[in-house]
Design a protein around this ligand. Structure first.
Ligand SMILES: C[S@@+](CC[C@H](N)C(=O)[O-])C[C@H]1O[C@@H](n2cnc3c(N)ncnc32)[C@H](O)[C@@H]1O
Length: 300
């Protein structure tokens, strides 16, 4: 497999942005702005298929999710729906449900004052001790799922959904994870990875935090070929921005969506990027006629 040479640093670049830092700020602001209508727009624009994709992904990851000690990071968790699908397959803590919202809000509050610095690196110290609490995990006290996003408004909407669940939200940048090297067993991401301003840097960061044998599972949209691709493209470019704009009042955000899918590497290129980051056996499983799919690979 070879990496395409036409785009030396593949990554998200919303129209009108000229640097990775500007692009990251633009994307963060965009998700903050559309957060209040995100869930409604998402379910409507995907005709509810998004839910089946999250559930299918979670089912595929059941063998890891069922290990009580497994540290699971849901990257770019947004309003938390993939996180909830993953949680259904986790062992449940025994005894009185532990409400982690206080803890979560403390973390979110501490980190939320974070602004992207000119280097693009958020200054974040609050949650760096997080993984320290996982070694005590046991069948009756499984490790929590870490749900991470850099949009304060998206993450805030996940907090009520996470009530009384063994999930801890963390407000942080996926390109600068506040987690130790070799500390995570599984990193998932649904429709978030595509928004990173550098895919190689994102994969390198995932490789850093995963333990050897740890896995990535990245669910992303895809542009299929043939007639399905033509229909998909028509829907994405003509219907989705209009409907998304009407629901959210932010047409620009829903024009960025198809643009980012068109620019996202196709499965052969994405698998090459994953392999180049040091992961073994990259695979892609097509969902719903290739309009989405799940990338998986293992840190050897
Ligand atoms: C399309 S939403 C997906 C949310 C959720 N995973 C889902 O399936 O509905 C993409 C999310 O990625 C987050 N995101 C984008 N770039 C990020 C970054 N560099 N660090 C953390 N989160 C990021 C956005 O804030 C947004 O919540």
């Amino acid at each position: 497999m070879t990496i395409p040479d036409h785009d030396p640093t593949p990554g998200a670049r919303p129209a009108g942005t000229s640097s990775p830092h500007e692009a990251a700020e633009n994307i963060q602001q965009m998700f903050d702005t559309i957060a209040p209508t995100y869930d409604r727009a998402n379910h409507l624009l995907s005709a509810g298929i998004d839910r089946s994709w999250w559930n299918r992904t979670a089912r595929a990851l059941r063998p890891i999710l069922q290990r009580p000690e497994a540290v699971v990071l849901d990257l770019c968790c947004g309003t938390g729906d993939l996180t909830l699908a993953l949680d259904k397959h986790r062992p449940h803590p025994q005894g009185v449900p532990h409400d982690r919202r206080g803890e979560a809000e403390a973390i979110v509050g501490l980190v939320s004052s974070t602004t992207l610095k000119s280097s693009g690196a958020p200054s974040m110290t609050a949650s760096s001790s997080w993984v320290g609490c996982t070694p005590s995990a046991s069948p009756s006290n499984p490790a929590p799922i870490l749900a991470l996003d850099f949009s304060h408004n998206m993450l805030s909407l996940s907090l009520p959904k996470f009530a009384n669940k063994n999930i801890v939200p963390i407000e942080a940048d996926a390109l600068h994870l506040p987690l130790a090297d070799n500390s995570v067993d599984l990193v998932t991401s649904a429709f978030g990875f595509r928004n990173l301003t550098s895919y190689p840097d994102g994969l390198a960061e995932l490789h850093r935090v995963l333990r050897p044998g740890g896995q990535i599972a990245i669910l992303e949209c895809n542009q299929p070929g043939g007639l399905v691709g033509w229909l998909y493209s028509f829907y994405f470019h003509h219907i989705l921005p209009t409907l998304g704009g009407l629901i959210s009042g932010k047409r620009r955000a829903y024009a960025y969506l198809p643009d980012s899918v068109m620019k996202f590497p196709r499965p052969p290129q994405m698998k090459a990027l994953i392999a180049a980051a040091g992961f073994a056996n990259p695979t892609w499983t097509s969902y719903t006629l290739g309009t989405a799919g799940l990338y998986r690979a293992t840190k050897s």
